[in-house]
Design a protein around this ligand. Structure first.
Ligand code: NAD
Ligand code: ZN
Length: 372
């Protein structure tokens, strides 16, 4: 199945289905200026999925080189950016060529950024292989790398020419990663689609369990939601910021955990979304029952919902509400010392708010730190 993303001067298709990797060559061939490309991937994706893509390109008569990078967030670095650019130069890639980002958000963000600056910009194709990248990072054109001073601080907007999502790639993805990506799926329901959230309440576990139809429906719905927001606000001047539901809180937690394996992004977002609901309840904006519904759903899907959650090792890291609060001030989205929070009036009713009292934010961190 296919949907189309339209931004100002560029529109591109997203294909979602089971077994699309086997058709990748045929799907990609028509948009290449010559039958030649470069696949950039990481070692885990290479081990589990690369042969499928390579076979498909070969069958379609596309010649390619493959570049395999180390797996993990540390790959979104200046060093690896330079490495990728060097290799593209070495391969004499031309401006009309397209490179293929085959992996999760780390590969997509790095390769997209490299594509945006190689010879002032060449095209690229996203073949996302994590649930997070299939529902979020592969769509919308944000790309970039981390610096020692923080995550995603250097980057650009560069839309892909095509996104190809094969849900069967999720079969080899560790379950923890699938659950973490699921938090971002829930996010779309909570922002503005209560019917989708209700659907997830009965189908969420099927997505984790590998049900193709459920996965395809969830990914298509998420991509449609993201495409819609991005079409209206590509450069995040307004409503695109709604996609940050749970993220200001979540980023503070990730920073305190040193972006280590203790807490991966989607898990931080799960806790952060609960905090956003709790904050909205505290401010008298949202019914308590809705916050409870969100917490219960995430818990049922084995996602953490509070910092003190004993099942999720987070409680071993010393954190204080004050330190966590300080992180929110450094959030990239802060402007003029003000942090924009995504609050909610209930399920599917998120909105942006620029003035949340610091005491309220600290109280919510404290509430999440305290035992249930
Ligand atoms: P990731 O790319 O690190 O992938 C997670 C792990 O799964 C890695 O170890 C990877 O090697 C492995 N893996 C990937 N696909 C696999 C597969 N099919 N089978 C087996 N193993 C597989 O992480 P992610 O969660 O996909 O992405 C996180 C990154 O995305 C962060 O850097 C974040 O900043 C970025 N991000 C970007 C955007 C955006 O709009 N550009 C949005 C959200 C997140
Ligand atoms: Zn996210």
């Amino acid at each position: 199945q296919k949907i189309t993303v339209t931004v100002k001067d560029h529109s591109y298709p997203i294909y979602v289905g089971a077994g699309l990797l086997e058709q990748a060559g045929e799907i990609i061939a028509p948009i290449l200026s010559r039958p030649q490309s470069v696949i950039i991937t990481d070692e885990n994706v290479a081990r589990h999925q690369l042969s499928r893509l390579e076979k498909s390109l070969t069958n379609a008569g596309i010649a390619f080189s493959t570049l395999i990078l180390p797996a993990g967030e540390a790959t979104k670095s200046f060093d690896q950016l330079q490495n990728v650019l060097d290799q593209l130069l070495e391969l004499k890639l031309e401006r009309s060529d397209k490179i293929i980002a085959f992996g999760g958000g780390v590969i997509g963000d790095l390769v997209g950024f490299a594509a945006s600056i190689y010879q002032r910009g060449i095209g690229f194709i996203q073949i996302p292989t994590t649930l997070l990248s299939q529902v979020d990072s592969s769509v919308g054109g944000k790309c970039g790398i981390n610096t020692p001073r923080g995550k995603n601080l250097v980057g650009s907007f560069h839309q892909p020419d095509l996104v190809l999502t094969d849900v069967t790639t999720l079969d080899s993805l560790p379950e923890r990663q699938v659950r973490a990506g699921y938090a971002e799926v829930v996010k779309y329901g909570l922002i503005n689609d209560v019917d989708f959230f209700t659907w997830l309440e009965s189908n969420g576990e099927k997505i984790i369990a590998g049900d193709r139809l459920a996965q395809t429906h969830a990914i298509l719905t998420s991509c449609r939601a993201k495409a819609h927001v991005v079409a209206e606000d590509e450069k995040e001047k307004g409503n695109r910021a709604l996609l940050n539901l749970g993220h200001t809180f979540g980023h503070a937690l990730e920073a305190e955990c040193g972006y280590a394996d203790t807490l991966i992004h989607g898990e931080a977002v799960a806790i952060g979304m609960v905090m956003a609901f709790d904050l909205s309840v505290r401010m008298g904006l949202c019914p308590q029952a809705d916050a409870e519904t969100v917490r219960q759903h995430l818990e049922r899907l084995a996602l953490p919902t509070r910092i003190s959650d004993p099942k999720h090792a987070l409680s071993n890291i010393p954190m204080t509400a004050q330190r966590l609060f300080d992180h929110t001030l450094h959030d990239k989205k802060a402007s003029g010392g003000k942090v924009t929070f995504v609050l909610t009036r209930g399920l599917g009713q998120a909105f942006l708010c620029k003035d949340v009292a610091p005491d309220n934010i600290k109280a919510i961190f404290q509430q999440s730190l305290d035992a249930a």
